[in-house]
Design a protein around this ligand. Structure first.
Ligand SMILES: [Zn+2]
Length: 270
């Protein structure tokens, strides 16, 4: 607490300093736009490398957990206990890539409506504490209106939001989500498509650049092959980023409206 006789002098000093744009102890009183970043980590559920490191990051993340896997329940419970958001990482057919990367319970365009609905409902039931969903792979499914209309209908029935990982520029998710009134978020940048510290650090640079023109950014990283590296880069970058941006969970970022701008496609076709 400041002593009374110092108040006037301090106030004058504050005015002088703020008038030349300097940073002071009063800086938090200046009105300014707080930019938001949500870190989403995909592929939990299979005892993946980097799981503990991601859960122990110095900010809350959103954990995208695959259903029907050996540590699905354990990872979802652990994430929830540590205050992170949990979403279903729904395996969806890609245009390319190996079928075995999809994991159990995946949806494909060859399935009929009832089968797709059943699989999405079962996946939601299998992941404890899930409040939303995003796509694992899915470049084929997220470009398919019939399939996405079923997926997003089930998402809506469960009062969830959807995060479009944007693995294809042909995504129909914004259109169908708007049509059905499903709260929608979109990925802006994949952090670790290449499993090197150098690439992941460069992607943090991309995120910073995106934050110059966006109020909100979603960045997706992965446990598994790049897990420990991504966690290490994030752990290092977060304290400095925190000076300028606010780290939030997807539930804090999501808005009731599905009217979202289309963001540039951050991912390759997978
Ligand atoms: Zn995935």
């Amino acid at each position: 607490m400041m002593k009374r006789f110092g108040c006037v002098a301090a106030a004058i000093l504050m005015i002088l300093i703020s008038s030349v744009g300097g940073r002071t102890g009063y800086a938090q009183e200046e009105p300014r736009e707080i930019k938001q970043v949500a870190i989403v980590i995909d592929d939990f559920g299979n005892n993946m490398t980097g799981t503990a490191e991601m859960f122990d990051l110095p900010v809350h993340i959103t954990a995208a957990v695959m259903p029907f896997m050996p540590t699905t329940k354990q990872d979802a419970e652990q994430a929830h206990k540590k205050g992170h958001d949990v979403i279903v990482h729904m395996p969806m057919e890609p245009n390319q890539g190996k079928k075995e990367w999809l994991g159990p319970g995946a949806i494909t365009t060859s399935m009929d409506d009832a089968e797709i609905r059943k699989r999405v409902e079962e996946a939601i039931r299998d992941v404890p504490h899930a409040i939303g969903m995003n796509n694992h792979m899915g470049s084929k499914i997220t470009a398919d209106e019939r399939a996405m209309r079923i997926v997003l209908s089930v998402v809506k029935e469960n009062n969830m939001f959807f995060l479009d990982s944007r693995t294809t520029y042909k995504t129909v998710v914004p259109k169908i989500a708007a049509e059905l009134g499903v709260p929608l978020l979109s990925n802006h940048v994949f952090l670790d498509d290449v499993y090197t510290m150098q690439h992941i650090s460069a992607q943090i640079g991309v995120l910073k650049k995106l934050l110059e023109s966006n109020v909100e950014c979603v960045a997706i990283g992965h446990v598994g092959a790049p897990g420990k590296k991504t966690a290490a880069v994030l752990k290092d970058a977060i304290p400095r980023l925190k000076e300028r941006v606010s780290f939030v969970k997807l539930s804090e970022m999501v808005v009731a409206s599905a009217e979202k701008d289309i963001v540039p496609n951050p991912g390759r076709d997978r």
